[in-house]
Design a protein around this ligand. Structure first.
Ligand SMILES: [Zn+2]
Ligand SMILES: [Zn+2]
Length: 243
């Protein structure tokens, strides 16, 4: 699968030339994950998978405009043509698993595991955590694309006093810890304000954090292209070896 990262900026005011657009990842020029900008429709995706209905992942909730392409998302919205997916489904040659995630208390959220021709990646959108009961759905992943909102440990996780529900974004260290059980390659996107203080320095910090924790951290930018065929298979780690 050929992956093109369209946008890597979180829902913040800061931007840089390489990190200007909101979330979007295009697979093989056909399958779009998140629709953070209206202009992604110009790429003529045949299907769109939305992680959650925040405007930086689904531009249409900001301006209420129609989208002429079928959308798969965790919940219905207004009169939009949205399908809420079952746990596993096919989209042409792709086998997709929808995996519930923790992020917001107002909207539901899903990560998508996308598999084709023996290659597989996970795309999460904004993220605190994936419950252990769903970890068996992840398996060995060639690549994880996830949330770069907070470098600091613990990120920005809050708890609703009434319901006890957590919401926000976890820190990159916790996300690396979570996903290092399933992959050797983590691509960070959706950068928060901290990243823009010194883009080059921040990217270096992320790569070092990955090295320290035993994974390769790739620092996303708008327009970045990755061919999963070029990524070494996850041969070093297999949970079976640890049992
Ligand atoms: Zn977001
Ligand atoms: Zn969000």
């Amino acid at each position: 699968m050929k992956i093109r990262v369209l946008g890597t900026r979180g829902e913040i005011g800061e931007e840089s030339p390489g990190h200007r657009l909101h979330s979007g990842v295009l697979v093989d020029n056909t399958l779009l994950l998140d629709l953070g900008e209206r202009e992604y429709l110009d790429l003529s995706p045949t299907a769109i998978l939305v992680t959650h209905l925040h405007p930086d992942h689904a531009f249409f909730v900001r301006d209420k405009s129609a989208v002429g392409v079928p959308i798969i998302a965790p919940e219905a919205y207004d009169t939009m043509n949205i399908r809420v997916p079952e746990e596993e489904f096919r989209l042409g040659e792709y086998i997709v698993r929808a995996i519930p995630t923790h992020h917001s208390k107002l909207v539901r959220s899903l990560a998508y595991r996308v598999e084709k021709d023996g290659q597989v990646f996970l795309y999460t959108g904004d993220l605190i955590w994936i419950d252990t009961m769903y970890h068996h759905l992840l398996g060995d992943l060639d690549l994880v694309i996830t949330d770069g909102s907070y470098l600091r440990k613990g990120g920005m996780v809050r708890r609703d006093e009434k319901t006890g529900q957590i919401f926000g974004h976890n820190g990159i260290p916790e996300l690396i810890t979570l996903f290092s059980g399933f992959t050797r390659h983590i691509l960070l996107v959706h950068f928060g304000s901290w990243f823009f203080e010194d883009v080059e320095g921040s990217a270096e910090k992320l790569r070092k954090a990955g090295e320290h924790m035993g994974v390769e951290v790739l620092v996303g930018y708008d327009g970045m292209e990755i061919d999963l065929a070029d990524i070494p298979r996850s041969t070093i780690y297999s949970r079976e070896h640890l049992l």
